[in-house]
Design a protein around this ligand. Structure first.
Ligand code: F6P
Length: 553
């Protein structure tokens, strides 16, 4: 794939290529040596977030030209169109106005002639009073008992944001209501929860923008049956709430008018945790914390629109993404939080990044001639260090890394967080600086190993270094900071999409599999045999045989 990106002038493209060629033969440790103020030049602190990208394989000149790439790509104008409500999702002919969900006011914002600020504010008020009623006991279940548990049913954007945030903000949970999540179509999560929760004290929140998603509807029907069987059919309206654009489907399901919340076409699923889709978060942590989450995200929106490019966090994060992907060949990007509370953040970012920018055609449908989104993955760093970090340090894959580091413990254990921080910083140094052959040999000789053993072992101890990594540090993982982190990554993804000339707001690539699953379901049940699909039918025959004659246990 070409390194020439669509909007870079020929002169800039040539300079960026030259930087990449030059830097590939440099060592990050030497770049620190040759620029005593490297950390100051290649780190930015704003809105309570500190992005230290001094361990990237980058120098001031290359960074300046990456900033120029953003200018050539007109990222600022594209951001203005996003915030103004232009139909930036061109294939679906819609705006993508998730930013309006966390914007407390300002001038009216019209979508198809309607001021959506008024709609957003009204729905926020409804969510707040629903939360208050549920938490105070003003709204109770069919038997008159208070709700103690909420089950959010949804998948993709109707699940990942709420799960991630509820986990991240456990230290801010308000007692009284616990949130649970059911997403997977296999029924496992439903079965586990049904076995331990009491329907009399459980509210089921069906979150589906479309209300047509098979996984969500299947689980909603299972939970409807669970409630109806235990409490009677009449209990269903009292125990179900829903968030969707699809009024008809909510009517058919029997969702009461006072328990349904609006979503809008102009909010993408993976950008929707700020809407009523976040109701399970609000129920778990309370409205004040949810408002702080929104305010945190809004502060990054303002920062993204107003900060100068060289100090603009989302812009820099996006440029680093482009640099590592297109110029340094990183086909994979790992997110490694040093706070266990963020254990679902990588999964959340997977959808955000890969469903948004995992594309192979440009906005006008022509094929791209450059690489787009890398595979994103990750785990809390502390655990990862004892497993896949081996590959990160010494494997052959080129992986770029974000290490997330709170200064303060999420659980009031400062010494534990000190150790987490020491590990995070140690890993960042090791990734960047590596460990040279000469150092390994010296270490082994100092241990008294015979020369033959030193020669045999030293190569195995070499860490090549130059693993591009950034540290994203902040004071503590509170609701506002979580909002900032998520908005930061949202805009990072947007910046990349502009530079790659792709639409980050559609997701046609998830449709084919859904259609095939619908077609195959009757064949799996044995209601029909497939013709012209011998491989799949052979597998189905084997599954059927296992079902008919289960092995004895
Ligand atoms: O299948 C992908 C997808 O459409 C995601 O984009 C979306 O977040 C998810 O399914 C759930 O969709 P819905 O909220 O309409 O059930």
């Amino acid at each position: 794939m070409s390194t020439v990106l669509p909007f870079a002038s020929p002169a800039l493209a040539a300079r960026l290529d030259a930087h990449a060629t030059r830097l590939r033969s440099c060592a990050v440790r030497d770049l620190f040596g040759s620029d005593p103020r490297r950390y100051q030049a290649l780190s930015v602190e704003a809105e309570g977030l500190l992005l230290d990208f001094s361990r990237q394989l980058l120098d001031r000149d290359a960074f300046a030209d990456l900033v120029a790439l953003a200018a050539d790509s007109d990222v600022t104008a594209a951001a203005a169109r996003l915030f103004a409500g232009d139909a930036v999702n061109n294939t679906e002919q819609r705006p993508a106005l998730h930013v309006a969900l966390r914007d407390p006011g300002g001038v009216p914002l019209l979508v198809a002639g309607t001021d959506i600020r008024a709609l957003v504010a009204a729905e926020r008020r409804r969510c707040r009073s629903f939360t208050a009623a549920l938490r105070s006991g003003a709204r109770v279940g069919a038997t008159g008992r208070r709700f103690t548990d909420v089950i959010n049913i949804g998948i993709g954007g109707s699940d990942l944001g709420p799960v991630m945030a509820v986990e991240a903000l456990r230290s801010y949970a308000e007692p009284g209501v616990e949130a649970h999540f059911v997403s997977s179509v296999d029924g496992v999560q439903f079965a586990d929860l049904a076995a331990r929760l009491d329907p009399a004290t459980t509210l089921v929140l069906v979150c589906s923008k479309t209300f047509t998603t098979t996984e969500t509807l299947t689980n909603a029907r299972l939970l409807r049956g669970w409630v109806a069987e235990r409490l009677g059919e009449g209990a269903v309206p009292k125990h179900f709430a829903a968030v969707s654009v699809n009024e008809t489907a909510m009517n058919e399901f029997g969702i009461g008018q006072d328990a349904r919340f609006a979503m809008w076409d102009w909010v993408g699923g993976r950008y929707s945790m700020w809407s009523a889709i976040g109701l399970s978060i609000e129920l778990a942590v309370g409205s004040a914390h949810f408002d702080a989450l929104l305010a945190g995200a809004h502060s990054i929106d303002d920062h993204f629109r107003s900060a100068p490019p060289a100090g603009n966090l989302p812009l820099i994060l996006g440029l680093l993404g482009v640099w590592n992907r297109n110029y340094l060949g990183c086909a994979s990007h790992a997110v490694l939080p040093y706070d266990q509370r963020l254990h679902r953040l990588p999964a959340y970012l997977q959808q955000l990044s890969m469903e948004s920018n995992g594309k192979r055609v440009r906005r006008d449908g022509r094929p791209v001639g450059w690489d787009t989104e890398p595979v994103l993955w990750g785990e809390p760093g502390s655990n990862g260090q004892h497993s896949f970090f081996q590959l990160l340090h010494q494997g052959t894959a080129a992986v770029s890394l974000d290490l997330l580091l709170p200064a303060c413990s999420s659980v009031g254990l400062p010494e534990s967080q000190n150790l987490a921080a020491a590990n995070c910083l140690a890993q960042a140094e090791a990734f960047a600086n590596g460990y040279r052959l000469a150092d390994a040999e010296r270490e082994l000789r100092a241990k008294g190993l015979p020369p033959a053993r030193v020669a045999g072992l030293a190569a195995h101890k070499v860490h090549p270094g130059n693993r591009p990594n950034s540290i994203l540090a902040f004071e503590r993982l509170d609701p506002a900071t979580l909002g900032k982190l998520v908005a930061l990554y949202e805009h990072k993804v947007f910046v990349e999409s502009v530079i790659w000339d792709i639409n980050p707001f559609d997701q046609w690539g998830v449709e084919l599999g859904k259609r095939l699953a619908d077609e195959l379901a009757p064949a799996v049940r044995g209601e029909l045999r497939l013709s012209g699909r011998p491989g799949t039918q052979a597998l189905l025959d084997r599954l059927a045989a296992w079902r008919e004659a289960p092995s004895r246990r």
